[in-house]
Design a protein around this ligand. Structure first.
Ligand SMILES: [Zn+2]
Length: 315
């Protein structure tokens, strides 16, 4: 009996330790200042995918349609990068044609941007008999008025899309901009320093949203991490994935994560903020200032480096 009890306690612990996380990667094929040539972009993509393969991560990538064209014509190099994603067995979703900010455009404008992205990417994906079913909002903006939010939600549903939520929001793009600048300055020590701080920062973000999940649901929901197809992830995603694994996470698909009942929570938030779904649900429940405190901050050094103007001749 005692043995059985210890076994049950152990199993309960093991189940709790298996926290789930989805890795979602935005702005495909690539978004990088340091890797701006076709060879560079190929290199970045290969590195990014090798991390996903090494950790058996069923990641999903969200594609910006316009990035697959050069001078209004299909760009075979860029399209080739997407094929690598599909070859790696990863899913792709719609991230609009021109990545327009819904705060600055009408519902009709957003609709056109979504259909435009679809017209470029959907065929590529379906030729490989793969699903094209998820939509990621640019800047996580879902509508700054009730009417815009409702219209967009309804349109996505009608068009057969499921929204791809984000629970672990962060500023990976700012770190990558700083990292790009360090590389363009050929300062490898500085780049390494930014990379190290990046991994720490991202793990702190995961811990912060774990605490938010606990406060809101009294448990660990399946988390959805947003990162970008940028330089810093090409070089440091492996370290980040290792850290998440060490913190008890297993990597699951978006499909699987969305079966968590948390994603049926009501979201009445509308406004200019592109914020975590955990915060949308919290605001809907009337949570106030104190609930949101403690979000990790980007170190001042990274912020400064990211915003420095680095011009190198010939690049
Ligand atoms: Zn984006």
């Amino acid at each position: 009996m005692r043995l059985l009890l210890s076994l049950l306690v152990f199993l309960a612990f093991a189940v709790q330790a298996q926290k789930q996380i989805v890795i979602t990667i935005d702005d495909l094929p690539t978004v990088s200042k340091a890797y701006a040539t076709p060879e560079g972009r190929l290199n970045l993509t290969k590195k990014l995918l090798s991390h996903c393969t090494a950790f058996q991560v069923p990641a999903i990538g969200f594609v910006i349609g316009n990035s697959l064209r050069t001078n209004s014509k299909p760009d075979s190099n860029q399209i080739g990068l997407l094929k690598l994603w599909l070859n790696a067995g990863l899913e792709l979703g719609n991230h609009t044609l021109a990545h327009k900010d819904y705060n600055n455009i009408s519902f009709e404008g957003s609709k056109a941007d979504i259909i435009g992205g679809e017209s470029i990417v959907k065929n590529l994906v379906q030729q490989r008999e793969r699903p094209f079913r998820y939509f990621r909002h640019p800047y996580l903006r879902k509508g700054d008025t009730q009417a815009k939010k409702d219209s967009l939600e309804q349109f996505l549903k009608q068009r057969g899309y499921q929204e791809a939520p984000v629970t672990i929001d962060n500023s990976d793009w700012l770190f990558s901009r700083a990292y790009d600048n360090a590389l363009l300055l050929s300062d490898t020590a500085l780049a390494a320093q930014v990379g190290k701080q990046y991994v720490t920062y991202m793990l702190n973000c995961a811990a912060y949203y774990e605490a938010q999940s606990d406060s809101l649901f009294n448990r660990q929901i399946s988390q959805i991490l947003l990162i970008h197809a940028n330089t810093i992830n090409a070089d440091f995603l492996g370290k980040l994935l290792a850290g998440l694994k060490q913190h008890g996470y297993t990597f699951v698909s978006l499909d699987k994560a969305l079966t968590d009942t948390a994603y049926r929570s009501v979201d009445h938030y509308y406004g200019k903020g592109g914020i975590s779904w955990l915060h949308r649900w919290a605001l809907t429940l009337g949570k106030k200032g104190a609930f949101f405190k403690g979000e990790p901050e980007v170190p001042a050094m990274v912020d400064e480096l990211a915003n420095r103007t680095v011009n190198l001749p010939g690049r």
